[in-house]
Structure formats: C-alpha cells, structure tokens
Design a protein around this ligand. Structure first.
Ligand SMILES: [Zn+2]
Length: 188
C-alpha cells in the first residue's frame, strides 16, 4: 500500500481512537503515525483538548477488584478475541473497544452515551486499561505448562457467565451468584 493510501485508510481509525480517548502515544503505535501527528489528530477530534498524558497502567490486580471490572474486562477480552479473527491486533482492539463502549454506555449516567465520551474518566475501563489488558492477557502456556498470565477467563459454575479471575482464585462464582447465595430463600 502506498503511503498516501495508508494514511487515508488509517485516518478514520485514528479519529475513532482519539474520540474514544486513546492517548496519543497509543494512537501512534496502533495506526503507525508519529506521536506529533497523533497529538494533532487528538486535538482535532476533541475540540482542541490535548491528549491525556501520565503513567500507563501497570496494575494487573486492578481488573479483578470489583464485580463491574471483572464483567467488563471479560466482555472486552471475548470481543477482542473475536475481532482478532478479522483484524490485525491494534485495529481489532479499536473495533472491539468501540462496540464494547456502546454496549457498556448504558451503565453510565447518560443513557444515550456512546463509545465517544468526554474524558477518560467516563469509561469504567478506559482505553489505556483496555490496551494493557489485552497485552497482558495471554491464554497460552509456557514450556512447563504454566499459564503466562495471572488473569484468566472462567465460567461462573452456577450461572455460566464469563468473568475475569486471578489464577489463584479457586471460587469460580460470579459476584451476583456469590451474593444471591447469602440471601435467605423465599418460602414456597
Ligand atoms: Zn453466576
């Protein structure tokens, strides 16, 4: 593909990434532009606001700390895995994250929220965290049969919902089933 054609093909992807508040450094990696170009594009897509900076996520435990994070992380990983069948990894994440954000927007205060929100804080699982999650999540095993990642997708053994779990977590029940077990049963 010629450079000009590539730029034309990548532009809508870069724009969508900027509107989903992916940071300029991540946009430049995914669509293969310079960071300066990604910064300019971020501003263009976000009414002159600059790309957020700051430390990239490094905390694996974050993803399993609350029921919402366990559900949302699992949903994103499943959608990403599907998208990888049709797209290279960076574009697969962009595609999956767009649809993931549309699905989860109903959980936020604005019932008409979309994948494009005002700030990184408007996402339970922001793009930087999503990007880190798909990078560290690895289902493959090493030569000795040990899993490479501490995170794994498991099915709740009561209702079958897929949730994200730490590999040393022996109780494979989703947070809803754990809660409902504690409730007294209704009289018949
Ligand atoms: Zn369950």
């Amino acid at each position: 593909m010629k450079a000009t054609d590539r730029a034309r093909y990548q532009y809508p992807w870069a724009l969508a990434l900027a509107k989903m508040k992916a940071r300029a450094c991540t946009i430049s990696q995914i669509v293969n532009t310079t960071e300066a170009e990604a910064r300019a594009l971020y501003k263009e897509a976000n009414h002159g606001k600059s790309s957020p900076s700051g430390q990239q996520p490094v905390d694996i435990a974050w993803y399993t700390l609350t029921p919402e994070r366990r559900f949302q992380s699992a949903l994103l990983l499943v959608m990403y895995e599907r998208a990888c069948r049709s797209y290279p990894p960076g574009l697969a994440l962009t595609h999956a994250y767009y649809h993931f954000s549309c699905i989860t927007s109903g959980e936020w205060e604005d019932p008409y929220g979309t994948a494009f929100r005002d700030s990184e804080k408007d996402y339970q699982l922001n793009f930087a965290r999503a990007n880190y999650l798909v990078k560290i999540y690895d289902d493959q095993k090493d030569l000795y049969g040990a899993r490479k990642s501490q995170l794994q997708l498991v099915k709740c053994r009561v209702c079958g919902t897929i949730i994200l779990s730490q590999s040393d977590d022996a109780d494979h029940r989703c947070p809803i089933c754990i809660k409902s077990k504690d409730k007294p049963k209704k009289a018949e």
